[in-house]
Design a protein around this ligand. Structure first.
Ligand SMILES: CC(C)(COP(=O)(O)OP(=O)(O)OC[C@H]1O[C@@H](n2cnc3c(N)ncnc32)[C@H](O)[C@@H]1OP(=O)(O)O)[C@@H](O)C(=O)NCCC(=O)NCCS
Length: 158
């Protein structure tokens, strides 16, 4: 499995994670977002069928109000803190629960770390689609914002 930037050669329409909002975003919005520079989308592909998308995620530069950070992490930080937002994460329903989600997450962290080395930033922010998804992120060390259970933060040391 390889994780590469989304291009026009990938078959977005065939992607089906079982979550309509995540699928439709990839089908209809992702390319426009990428072309306009609003976010960058990465897809998991297999060399044997390189146009097929097994999973995807989106990254955007972001600022977060520090009051959304867990109290222990908030101390001595300015109000607006820089980071990277993991906008969306989804795996095709035929390939779920095979650690592909984990592979995508690790790839996102690696890319975020690279950005932080060059431009600063303290971690990954994610808006979980529901409490179930928030539970998935917590498995990887994401911490829940004090007053928003669907906003999570993962510190990434550059
Ligand atoms: C959530 C998702 C990205 C996880 O990717 P995946 O490749 O299926 O998951 P992984 O193989 O990396 O991890 C599997 C483990 O996570 C658990 N898990 C999977 N989805 C979970 C969820 N929503 N909540 C809690 N745990 C979850 C599995 O039970 C499994 O546990 P185990 O290791 O004890 O067997 C994928 O299932 C998906 O795309 N779901 C639909 C879209 C969605 O809900 N996205 C959430 C992001 S907003």
């Amino acid at each position: 499995m390889q994780i590469v930037a989304l291009t026009g050669s990938h078959n977005r329409q065939a992607f089906d994670s079982g979550r309509q909002e995540l699928d439709e975003w990839l089908h209809r919005v992702a390319r426009q977002h990428q072309d306009k520079g609003l976010s960058k989308i990465f897809v998991a592909i297999n060399e044997s069928a390189p146009d097929q998308i097994y999973g995807y995620y989106a990254l955007t530069l972001s600022e977060l109000d520090s009051h959304y950070l867990p109290e222990t992490r908030r101390k001595k930080l300015q109000r607006r803190i820089p980071g990277v937002r993991l906008g969306r994460l989804a795996v095709h329903k035929n390939y779920q629960v095979n650690r592909l989600g984990e592979l995508l997450l690790v790839d996102a962290m690696t890319r975020a770390r690279r950005i932080f080395t060059e431009a600063g930033g303290i971690g990954l922010f994610v808006d979980a689609i529901d409490e179930h998804a928030a539970g998935y992120y917590r498995r990887f060390g994401f911490e829940t914002a004090p007053d928003n259970p669907l906003l999570l933060f993962l510190p990434v040391n550059s």
